[in-house]
Design a protein around this ligand. Sequence first.
Ligand code: TLP
Length: 346
Amino acid sequence: MKTVDLRSDTVTMPTGQMRQAMALAEVGDDVFKEDPTVRRLEEKAAEITGKEAALFVCSGTMANLVCQLVHCGRGDEIILGDQSHVFFYEQGGSAAVGGIHHRTVANLPDGTMSLEAIAQSIRPDDVHFPRSRLIIVENTHNRCCGMPIKADYMDKLRQLADDHGIAIHVDGARIFNAAVALETTVAELVRQADSVCFCLSKGLGAPAGSVVCSSADFIDEARRARKVLGGGMRQVGVLAAAGLVALEHVAERLEHDHANARHLAENLDAIDGLKVELNYIRTNIVYVAVDPERLSAEKLVQRLADRGVLVFATGPGKIRAVTHHPLTPSDIDFAATVFAEAIQMD
Ligand code: TLP
C-alpha cells in the first residue's frame, strides 16, 4: 500500500549523501572536545546563527532544557506561550529537572505573544514572587500553524526584556523554515536572542541532533548542563556529519516543503467538512479543522491511516499534517484524494 507520512517532519530519513558523510566522518571523544566533525558542525551553526559558539546536543527537548538550566535557577520563572512546545510537549522538564516555574501568556494565532501581556506577566521585585528570568519565543510556532516570527517582533521584545533585565531564548526547532518563509537569514531572526536552538532532525532531515547557539560563556555552562543530563556523547561525529550535510545541502530546499504544504492546504480546504485557515499556511505545517457534525478527528485519522495517509489528531476536531523531504506534489495529491474519500464515507 502506498503510504504518505504527514505525522511530522521528524520522520524524514537521512539522504544518501548524509549516510556517506557519516561513514567517512572523522571522529574523536566529544566529551573531551576532540571530535573534529562535531567541532565543524558547531562552528558552522555559530556562524549561521551569528552567535559566538555552539553546542551539539541529542534533541530539541534537551536543547531547550539545557538553555533553561543555564538561564534560570531553581524557583525562577519563565514567561512563555501557552501553546509553546516547551510548555505543552516537554513533560514539564523545566520544573521536574530544573525547579523552574512557567508563567504562560496566550499565544496569538501568528505565534507571537502580546507584548503588553508579557509586560504584565513580569514580576516586580517582591519577596512573595519568583523572579522573571527568561522569555521563550518559538520560531516557527508548531501549534500556531508553523507561523514564522518576524525580526521586528524580536526587536520590540528585546526592548521590553532589556527594560527588565530578562533574557530571551528562541526555540528555533524550525528556524530554517522561518528564514525561508520570511526571505531572510537565520542570524537576522535570532539577532535579539540570548540563546537559540535549532533541530537538525526535522525538515533538515538528519537522523538526530540539535544545536544550541549563544555566547562562549553561555555555551561553557550549557556543556556542563548537557553532561549532567546524560547528554555527553563520545564519537558522535557520525551524527554531526549528517548535520553538516543538512546545513549545507538540505536547508536551501525547504521552500519545496512549504509549496507542498500550501498545495495540501488548498486541496483540503476545498473538501466539504474540512477547513484550513489558508492565511496561516506559511511554512510546512497544516492544521485542518474537521467538522464535528461529520465525524471526530480521531476517527478520520484512523480512516486515513487505513488508506495509507498518516497524520495526528492534535486536539478536538483538529488534525496536523506536516510536509517534508522527499514528498512530491503527487504524494500531496494522493493524500488530498484520500482525505476526500475518508470524510465522504458517512
Ligand atoms: N516537535 C515534535 C513533537 O514533539 C510534537 C513534532 O512532531 O513537531 N521544539 C519544537 C517547536 C518542536 O516542534 C519539537 C518537536 C521540539 C522542540 C523537540 O524536539 P525533539 O523531538 O528533537 O526533542
